[in-house]
Design a protein around this ligand. Sequence first.
Ligand code: S3P
Length: 174
Amino acid sequence: MTLTKHLYLTGFRGTGKSSVARLLAKQLGVTAIDLDEVVEQQAGISISRIFEEQGESAFRDLESTALATVAKFSPTLISLGGGAILRAENRTCIETTGTCIWLDADANTIAARLHQDETTAERRPALTTLPALQEIERLLDERRPIYEQTSQHRIATTDRSIDQVVNDILALLP
Ligand code: S3P
């Protein structure tokens, strides 16, 4: 399928963006871009190290630069980091260059998935001083309105397989 604009996947950590992007890219015959990977390539170090050595705000700067870079590529599938929608400039970039799909899940599901995911240590430093589940609950409360505002479609991923989610997305495409 030829995409006429980017297809962005947004949603909190652990909602399945990267796994869904890999399978969806195959089905669409496009190469998926993972924004976290682009940030790490451009910085030359892991996201955890960027947070540790330079702080979250420096990471957000790198994330905005990476988004502005990939947004200029030919239309493709772009999996965003869970906080990429926090900055207004990023939301404008997403809104003007693509269609955005929000993957959602409940806090317990997210906590379990993050615990099992081997990329968590390198890619997902703590964002608050709260215990893991409380951090997820707090940030989901704060971010859900922003995910909603930035996306055209919401897909629940709790208790659903990657195949099911991919099929839901394919059904939304023109
Ligand atoms: C973040 C999510 C991560 C990564 C970074 C910050 C966030 O991406 O960009 O650790 O603020 O929610 P994933 O959503 O791909 O885990």
